[in-house]
Design a protein around this ligand. Sequence first.
Ligand code: GCV
Length: 692
Amino acid sequence: MRFRHTLLYHSLILLCLSADLMAEDGYRLWLRYDKVSDPVMLEQYRSRITHLVLEDPNAPWPLKEELRTGLSALLDKPVPITSNAAQSGCLVVGTPADSPLIAALLEQQELEPLPDEGFCIRSMKKDGRSLIIVAANEPAGVLYGAFHLLRLMQTQQPIENLSILQRPRIGRRLMDHWDNLDGTIERGYAGRSIWNWPDLPGKVNPRIKDYARANASIGVNGIVLNNVNSRAEILTQEYLAKTAAVADVLRPWGIKVYLSIKWTSPMELDKLSTADPLDAAVRTWWQTKAKEIYTLIPDFGGFLVKAYSEGQPGPQQYGRTHADGANMLAEALKPYGGIVMWRAFVYDLSIDADRAKCAYLEFTPLDGKFAANAFVQVKNGPIDFQPREPFNPLFGAMPQTPLMMELQITQEYTGQAMHLVYLAPQWKEVLDSDTYAKGPGTTVARIIDGSAEGHCISGIAGVSGIGDDRNWTGHHFSQANWYAFGRLAWDPSLSSEQIADEWIRMTWSNDPRVVQTIGSMMAGSWEACVDYMTPLGLHHLMAEGHHYGPQPDYVHSARHDWSSTYYHKADRAGIGFDRSQTGSGAVLQYKPPLQQLWGSVETCPPELLLWFHHVPWDHRLQNGQTVWQELQNRYSRGAAYVDGMRNEWLALKNDIDAERFEHVKNRLDEQYNNAVQWRNVCPAYFGQFAQD
Ligand code: GCV
């Protein structure tokens, strides 16, 4: 009897365990490694990869484990690890320093020189053996190469004639966490912070390792752990020890930690009488702090700073500039190779009544005044992560300063974790925009990768929103934005379609019907969101504070620029913010061809019309519709697109696991309700003024 109970107990445990392992809750992200479903490809992979060769037994463990488990699961058969490539079917992975074979191949020029930070993947015949080589100069490059090979197999691409050489186009590829020390996340919609600050450093959340894996798989190499609305405590001994514990977990995955600092830390933590960046005691305080940090975390990345913005203190309080502040920190970090990321998210309306102009006016006079290890970090657009904005005019306007771009992965203004909005097309639109800074072809991507102006440091950051929800991002489809951020940071020339295709195959299925259906849902989802929220260049109509849903009539009692009415300026005469030459003049912050193009009502593309112009309601667009008609059409078109996505999703019921299917279905229903709300509320509000 007792034996039967024990047996039952163990069977139950096994059942629970396997149910947990099999739970389709999205935890595995795009690193699912399910068995290759196409029998032809499976056969090809099984014959091409029979052994994993790691010549150095001390090769970094994450790589070994990731490849062994990944390959064995994909091939549905164990792939043993050996220390030499004695037979055909060997996958050889390493650097010239840890692999004599790779060193010899380089020596004999059978492999071309390896790119810094990048990797090479080659299939080759060597002394009668068929081999696949994944080689890089540094362990992080090997990781990227290994993940690339796994991606090829997850997406069922041939691996017979591999000849791939890749390096990242942008040097610093960061996830910025707006995680607070109390565990909440500003603009996070997926639960609480995964850092679990109170448990650190003694107990490290095991999830952090999986977070590192996922980031490494898309080439992310840095994480800012805490909110830019920072607290001085982050620099106490206690929190630095916690930070060091997280850094230890991230390091093997090629990821450095960075911290957001509060400008007045020397005053708050050590009672200095000032935080003036030119004060000797303040400078010494930061230098001592930098030394303390690097003693604990030798590869610490650097500081992110939000200064003199939205209530955060800054050097301006002491009559100093952004450059004075950034340079003081840069000097403290320089001996250790650290960098400063100084944010340009400032909008002091005493500088200009048009918020969109402020950052440009404050920062361009400082071009050339920043230290060599300081970035200015610039949001993609001049306002604040709106569904659509023109690119930020700072791109191309500070040639002597490396500009780091900041994108928002978390969907603060694009439906949060309730709406399926694939943001890669938004980011592509910005990256591919021509600034004309050095003649035609000076795209934003070329400004931030450093190539246009010859900078040797370059960077891009995504505001993460990752939380402790099982699926990390709240909405399963928000994972695609995290994935796309990493892929575009690695190579801004990738298309949003290609990135979506990879992600769908790895996350959902390789079945062509599923890939096609989900791909088409995602492809138009951003334009649809623009349509049902802020069409024709409208912006910032979201509900006060939380920014979910419409509130076009919102008026902030103290600050115009926190009111929806400040942005749309609807009245009986028309609608839109006049930023033309005769209006606020913001269009003049762009280079000449854009000044003319966007500055004239006749040539401004409809997508930006109400961003740059206040036009009468009966103004006719190229398509013959009046602005008022087109506005209503677009609101309806956006909501109809969401309805279409609901139907497309329903048709996949038998192709998707029940758990994720239901989750997405429910969110699409909520998205549709919310889109209908936008479609009803905004035209009803604007209708009071519109005269057809
Ligand atoms: C972290 C917007 C957001 C704020 C955010 C700020 C910023 O204003 O609503 O939550 O603060 O941007 O980027 O600093």
